[in-house]
Design a protein around this ligand. Structure first.
Ligand code: AHR
Length: 348
């Protein structure tokens, strides 16, 4: 009797132990699953399901730049991508700070327009260590290529070549030296290096083309105006532009802002530049208007509308796809020989 009572008790204890064990197991499983779920949601997008793009722009030095920023914002809205934006006010140190803040925020992707080529290795290593992919927009850098996913922007070399090919063709029947004055953009930027290199590569085919001076105009209208004013006031001549006594046959300007600034001074001082070949880069509406008015001879397009392609790349990266190392935007050029009636408004 006592033995039967004891057996029944043991069975009951065994049964309760199994129930307790199973309950603990279920509890543990629920705990682990909940914990993992919470961890995932804390890595990125803590409060949102949207992709977050940290974007550092260099500033708003030109109408081209303003359109570039707008294009990125418009495309982000169309693709439901959230942008954390920083305007670096033309300072690399501000861009470095912005990129570091994007890393702290754990954005999904970082995109930035590198104002200059050098000095990015440390911050990009930090982004890489944090597992955040980086896309270079508009300008390139001198750094270990494994530190960024890819580049999206213009082919600056080709832009320079296009400008030079126009000049070569325009001066094909000319004898004697063609003196070229170059106004270049922000020093140490990849776009300036490429536009200068592509241009030189083509004119090198004929020694009559000589660059007599290259001046840094920082891509600014105010600088273009100032540079032309200095040329005009130091030569005291109204029959053309001169540099240190030498007549300038052609001006190669790395962007429209500087070109428009130069035209401001030419108009202010009433200088005759009908024989000066003026070539510009960007193709803002105002420079297309100047081309149509006969004040410029050629405008090489640099396409600022990088937003739609950038969002495509951001989404591809977020889906774990590899993006191309280099993506160039399509570009064209406008010249005095065009049928202007076919021109579409530029929109910027
Ligand atoms: O990097 C692109 C250049 O930067 C554009 O030609 C110029 O207008 C801008 O400021």
């Amino acid at each position: 009797m006592v033995k039967r009572f004891m057996n029944a008790k043991i069975k009951k204890i065994q049964f309760l132990s199994i129930i307790f064990f199973l309950a603990s197991l279920i509890f543990l499983l629920i705990f682990i699953l909940t914990k993992n779920k919470n961890n995932t949601s804390h890595t990125k997008n803590e409060n949102s399901e949207k992709l977050i793009l940290g974007f550092s722009q260099i500033g708003s030095e030109s109408a081209w730049r303003t359109r570039n920023t707008q294009s990125i914002f418009e495309a982000a809205a169309e693709n439901d991508i959230q942008i954390i934006f920083d305007d670096a006010q033309q300072k690399q140190e501000n861009q470095l700070k912005a990129i570091r803040s994007f890393i702290v925020y754990q954005v999904d992707v970082i995109a930035f327009v590198p104002i200059v080529e050098d000095g990015w290795d440390n911050v990009l290593t930090e982004a890489k260590d944090a597992g955040i992919p980086v896309i270079l927009v508009d300008r390139q850098i001198n750094a270990d290529p494994s530190l960024y996913a890819g580049f999206l922007g213009e082919d600056g070399l080709e832009e320079g070549r296009r400008a030079a090919r126009f000049l070569l063709n325009k001066c094909r029947n000319r004898t004697g030296t063609v003196s070229i004055y170059e106004m270049s953009g922000t020093e140490n930027s990849s776009v300036v290096r490429d536009r200068a290199k592509g241009f030189r590569e083509i004119i090198a085919s004929d020694p009559k083309f000589q660059i007599i001076h290259s001046e840094d105009g920082d891509f600014l209208r105010s600088r273009g105006k100032e540079i032309a004013e200095n040329l005009i006031t130091s030569s005291c001549r109204k029959d053309g532009l001169y540099y240190e006594g030498q007549k300038i046959d052609a001006v190669y300007s790395h962007n429209d802002s500087m070109t428009l600034g130069m035209l401001d001074s030419i108009e202010n001082y009433k200088v005759y530049t009908g024989n000066t070949i003026i070539i510009s880069v960007d193709a803002e509406q105002k420079s297309i208007d100047a081309l149509q008015a006969g004040k410029l001879n050629c405008v090489v397009e640099c396409n600022p509308n990088l937003g739609p392609k950038l969002m495509e790349l951001v989404k591809d990266i977020a889906e774990g796809k590899t993006i191309p190392r280099v993506t160039y935007n399509s570009e064209t050029m406008f010249t005095e020989n065009d049928d202007f009636s076919t021109y579409q408004p530029r929109g910027y």
